[in-house]
Design a protein around this ligand. Structure first.
Ligand SMILES: Nc1ncnc2c1ncn2[C@@H]1O[C@H](COP(=O)(O)OP(=O)(O)O)[C@@H](O)[C@H]1O
Ligand SMILES: [Mg+2]
Length: 142
């Protein structure tokens, strides 16, 4: 477990960019944090490292449920569970199918499906501690 203090959106992206080094194809990273915490900003930082050619596409996939950033090195699947209701919806969007694709999966609103997510052991919790200050708890399992 590591903790970081971010004082701007750009700093959150930079922290995510560094943490991207700990992700491997097949991993799932569960993100936690309230609306406006900076989850999508964090994903932008990850993608700037993992699939830089796709970083301009990163936005909240609230309507699509999942965005796909198919970089040269790896594909990042970016889920936002906010608009899903129950585990049946996870099946409808083929969430479990994505787990077998060998990419890196990142999920926003992971708390909605705590028990349905595979025990990946990798998670990031972003806490709003001020207007622009965030406390970022990163747990990568070791
Ligand atoms: N330190 C910070 N880290 C991330 N976002 C920040 C920070 N300070 C302010 N913000 C603002 O908070 C908002 C975060 O939005 P977003 O990344 O979409 O959050 P979420 O996906 O958690 O709802 C943006 O408007 C961003 O500019
Ligand atoms: Mg978001």
């Amino acid at each position: 477990m590591a903790e970081y203090i971010s004082k701007s959106e750009a700093e959150t992206e930079e922290i995510a960019k560094r943490l991207a080094a700990f992700l491997r194809p097949g991993d799932l990273l569960a993100l936690y944090g309230e609306m406006g915490a900076g989850k999508t900003a964090f994903v932008r930082g990850l993608v700037s490292q993992l699939a830089p050619e796709c970083v301009r596409l990163v936005h909240s996939p609230t309507f699509a449920i999942v965005n796909e950033y198919a970089g040269e090195k790896v594909t990042v699947y970016h889920f936002d569970f906010y608009r899903l209701r129950d585990e049946d919806d996870l099946c409808s969007v083929d969430f479990y199918g994505y787990l077998d694709r060998g990419g890196i999966i990142v999920t926003e609103w992971s708390e909605m499906f705590e028990s349905a997510l595979p025990p990946s052991g990798k998670s990031v919790r972003i806490e709003k501690t001020g207007e622009e200050e965030r406390l970022i708890h990163a747990d990568f399992g070791d």
